[in-house]
Design a protein around this ligand. Structure first.
Ligand code: AMP
Length: 399
């Protein structure tokens, strides 16, 4: 696929994949953490993964029968781990910090207790804040299905949509607000949204909100809530900045961590050793033309480096696109769509630009530049091997 006969293509010479037995001491030039390359090497264990066995059934939870019926009609047989561990805490009215990735079922983990409390307490209101419009819409869709026949009205406040319709939803008595920080703040500023009676708040994907620069807006929104409220914070990672936010706005929470091991068990992880720029690009080229390398994200450190690399790959005949902070939202969207729809099979990206993307069938993650921190590494490689399929992560390390 996308084979190319230029120098180096298809050759195996110079390609050195080290196993953990013979790796050499780290020579890591990243400005962030110094990460031992041995941490980039791990065999996949997909076939040995054991399915989570829930300790509760949905019936065990003290939830409104209507919600239980809606869960059943959605086809959920047993709670996922995050649901199993979060729903009872949420129903009890306690604050929760959930450490979980996307795809773990975390939406229902917070939506069910929030909806239950809205149904049982007519004076209650809730707001769910998500980093992207796409995620807000996904959450809304799930809430609509889970709350079917409950009569609970919702308003989805996201950018790029007319304010008028959103204001109308608020006026006719929305009790569940779902939105992105910027648009929620717009409504607060123009007096069309009042959070003084909102006693439940959910922050979804807090780490992404931080990456996208939304924390000041989020702090403003949280500051509008009444002193007594229940908070759910969900994040894939807990950096110091996120911990600060939790300390300020999420008093004495229960922590639920379903991240399990350090890195995705079903991702085969290895390193590629190189000497100098010339060999580095040739080794990347060889990797990209290998059998089974069907859809690859290549991570670079800077927007300039990412742009240069994408151009080089295109010049070599690859169908590559790039996303980074130097591109407009429209360009990023187009590049991502091309990648999603298989018009290109290589996406060169910076960490922040790639954070919000949700592409399911990625075969390989290649860390052309070493990640700044091990957390970034975990985020990067988590994109391969989704839904139980084995994926590959290769990290370039200088000899
Ligand atoms: P989420 O992480 O909330 O985006 O959920 C990921 C996907 O898993 C969605 O398609 C959900 O509908 C589905 N899902 C969530 N909880 C369950 C469950 N208990 N059983 C089966 N599927 C679920």
């Amino acid at each position: 696929m996308y084979k190319n006969s230029r120098s180096g293509a298809g050759r195996r010479s110079g390609y050195t994949v080290y196993s953990s037995k013979n790796h050499r001491p780290p020579k890591n030039r990243s400005k962030g953490q110094v990460i031992d390359p041995a941490r980039f090497i791990k065999a996949a264990t997909a076939s040995e993964q054991i399915d989570y066995v829930a300790t509760n059934s949905f019936d065990d939870f003290a939830m409104h029968p209507l919600l239980k019926a809606n869960v059943t009609s959605k086809g959920y047989k047993a709670p996922s781990e995050i649901q199993d561990k979060t729903i009872a805490i949420g129903l009890a009215g306690k604050n929760v910090v959930g450490v979980a990735d996307t795809g773990t079922g975390k939406t229902a983990a917070f939506a069910l207790p929030v909806l239950n409390n809205l149904m049982r307490r007519p004076g209650s209101n809730a707001i769910i804040i998500a980093p992207t419009r796409e995620l807000a819409i996904q959450i809304e869709e799930q809430c609509v299905l889970l709350s079917k026949n409950s009569g609970i009205k919702m308003a989805t406040l996201i950018g790029g949509m007319p304010m008028g319709r959103q204001i109308h939803s608020l006026r006719i008595g929305a009790r569940l607000i779902i939105g992105t920080p910027g648009r929620i703040k717009d409504h607060l500023n123009q007096g069309t949204l009042n959070l003084a009676f909102c006693d439940m708040v959910v922050l979804d994907e807090v780490d992404r909100m931080l990456d996208m620069g939304f924390l000041p807006d989020v702090r403003t929104i949280l500051g509008e809530l009444p002193g007594e409220h229940q908070a759910y914070f969900f994040s894939a990672t807990l950096s110091n900045e996120i911990k600060n936010l939790i300390n300020t706005f999420c008093h004495d929470p229960e922590y639920v961590d379903v991240k399990g091991g350090e890195t995705s068990a079903n991702v085969h992880q290895d390193v590629v050793r190189y000497s100098g720029k010339e060999e580095k690009i040739e080794l990347l080229h060889e990797e990209l033309i290998k059998e089974g390398n069907t859809k690859t994200i290549v991570f670079g450190k800077t927007k300039y480096g990412v742009e240069r690399l994408a151009k080089e790959l295109v010049a070599r005949g690859f169908k590559a696109e790039s996303i980074h902070g130097g591109k407009t939202q429209g360009q990023r969207k187009r590049a991502l769509e091309a990648f999603r729809q298989d018009r290109s099979n290589i996406l060169v990206a910076t960490d922040v630009a790639a954070r919000g993307i949700d592409v399911k069938d990625i075969s390989h993650v290649i860390n052309y530049d070493t990640p700044q921190t091990y957390d970034d590494y975990v985020h990067r490689i988590g994109r391969a091997g989704r839904a139980g399929r084995a994926g590959h992560a290769l990290t370039f390390v200088e000899r």
